[in-house]
Design a protein around this ligand. Structure first.
Ligand code: BJW
Length: 225
């Protein structure tokens, strides 16, 4: 039975209309990463951080899955084997596109997390700093997002999937952020065939055996179908 593990990044959602992080007009061009995506930034200025994620949540609610998301859902439905999508994205376009086996290693815009007791619950469309936690009542609600310096979700399960992969494909990710950037090395160690789908070679592009260069909405359906 073939096992395909797919890592996705902001590039797969770009053609749905969501900005990537490291393009010159991307998210980090308007916000210094240390101002919005670290626990220290949230402690210093919770309103700035919560407003940034409120704006991202509103944008994500406006967009739809594209041909690349839908192709991955077809792959999962039709493959005689297992497809696991590990996404770094905090949107839910994979699920909207029909994928069922999706792991959100960097959290989700749809989630809230208690900074005091780690309870997780569905986020309202507009969060406010100091919203109370429904479990412990501390005024400590924060977006359920994995920031720099924090441990991504489900690491043990992710590494188990990588160790069992026959094929590892990375789609639309720049290879700048670890541990995700190290997954290709892990998959190679497991003997997987490795492919990268991107507009250009990523920072870890030389570790992939194959490259499909171009927009994901073209290269991913061409691979799947
Ligand atoms: C297209 C396209 C189209 C465009 N078609 N392609 C080892 C070495 C050095 C540092 C570290 C290290 N290990 C850990 C660190 C520290 C740190 C880190 O990596 N720092 C680096 C900056 C060096 N990592 C962490 O702190 C992580 N935690 C951690 O490591 O815990 C300890 C641990 C140790 C060992 C094992 C396990 C754990 C946490 C990282 C959290 C990242 N959080 C963010 C923000 C929150 C989410 C959000 O707000 O949305 O997550 S950062 C940001 O980058 C976001 C993304 O998920 C992530 C990756 O970005 P992505 O998706 O690759 O986007 P871009 O914009 O960079 O690239 C887009 C790509 O698409 C480009 O290549 C385009 O060409 C392409 N593209 N359009 C195809 N149409």
């Amino acid at each position: 039975m073939t096992k395909i593990v797919i890592l996705t990044g902001a590039g797969i959602s770009a053609e749905s209309g969501l900005e990537t992080f490291r393009a010159s007009d991307g998210l980090w061009a308007q916000h210094r990463v240390e101002d919005v995506a670290t626990p220290e930034a949230f402690a210093r200025n919770p309103k700035l951080v919560v407003d940034f994620y409120n704006a991202r949540r509103a944008q994500a609610a406006e967009v739809s899955p594209n041909a690349a998301h839908r192709a991955l859902a077809r792959l999962e439905a039709e493959l005689d084997g297992e497809v696991v999508v590990i996404t770094q994205n905090v949107d839910d376009l994979h699920e909207q596109g029909g994928s069922q086996n999706v792991m959100h290693m960097h959290g989700s815009l749809k989630g809230a997390l208690c900074a005091a007791c780690d309870h997780r619950w569905p986020a309202p469309m507009v969060m406010a700093p100091g919203d109370p936690c429904p479990a412990c009542n501390a005024p400590a609600a924060r977006p359920d997002i994995v920031w720099f310096g924090e441990m991504p979700y489900d690491m043990d399960a992710l590494f188990e999937h990588l160790a069992e992969a026959d094929v590892f494909a990375a789609i639309g990710t720049s290879g700048n952020v670890y541990p995700a950037a190290g997954f290709v090395a892990e998959a190679r160690r497991a003997g997987a065939q490795t492919l990268e789908f991107n507009l250009e070679r990523s920072a870890v592009g030389n570790q992939f055996a194959e490259h499909r260069v171009g927009p994901a909405t073209q290269t991913v359906p061409a691979w799947v179908d």
